[in-house]
Design a protein around this ligand. Structure first.
Ligand code: IMP
Ligand code: MG
Length: 184
């Protein structure tokens, strides 16, 4: 499918639809093995991870629950402000749950580091992180993903849920945004 108007703002396609599908399927298989007999609760961090979450949950073959959480760290810009605020909390208690936080991208790690600390305090059985993308070069917080799809270079990427100013989330691939788009 062609998304001409949005495609024009993309410098380079980094990860194709097929590569994404393949990776998510494998990750789902791994998670299904690792969480056999456990009480899996997948928590998607809105809004960037919704597309990944929707695909990943269908690649998981064991019983699983889902929930959503919304935090803000970026505002409208491209750099982390370091300020993380809970906009929407989980609907349920975490005792007895094996929590898997589902994220779109681990960048500075500030968001996830803060989030996992507050969720740990609610005493789940276990807590792990699944991120589609990892930008290790940019890490400032001491945090790692237990499952990750792709390492990406230090460039601003969009698509497959990831946005710039709320745009490009519906692109089916991951691409590098042309710098002139956010320089405007
Ligand atoms: P962190 O706190 O710096 O790890 O930021 C994580 C969040 O920043 C992600 O969940 C994204 O919403 C956003 N983010 C970081 N890098 C990018 C990017 O390259 N494109 C789009 N969003 C990004
Ligand atoms: Mg996000």
């Amino acid at each position: 499918m062609i998304h001409t108007e949005m495609d024009e703002d993309i410098l380079k396609v980094l990860i194709s639809q097929e590569e994404l599908q393949d990776c998510v399927r494998k990750m789902g298989e791994q998670i299904s093995q690792d969480y056999q007999g456990k009480n899996l609760l997948m928590v998607s961090v809105l809004k960037g991870s919704v597309v990944f979450m929707a695909d990943l949950m269908r690649a998981v073959s064991i019983p699983a629950q889902i929930d959503f959480m919304s935090v803000s760290s970026y505002g409208a810009g491209v750099k982390s402000s370091g300020v993380v605020k809970i906009i929407k909390d989980l609907d349920q208690q975490l005792e007895g749950k094996d929590l898997l936080i589902v994220e779109d991208i681990l960048d500075s790690g500030m968001t996830l580091s803060y989030l996992s600390d507050i969720l740990k305090a609610r005493r789940p059985n276990s807590i792990r992180i699944a991120t589609l993308l990892d930008k290790p070069e940019r890490r400032t917080a001491n945090i790692q993903a237990d499952y990750f799809g792709f390492q990406v270079p230090d460039a601003f990427v969009v698509g497959y849920g990831l946005d710039y100013n709320e745009k490009y989330r519906n692109l089916p691939y991951i691409g590098i945004l042309k710098p002139q788009v956010y320089a405007k």
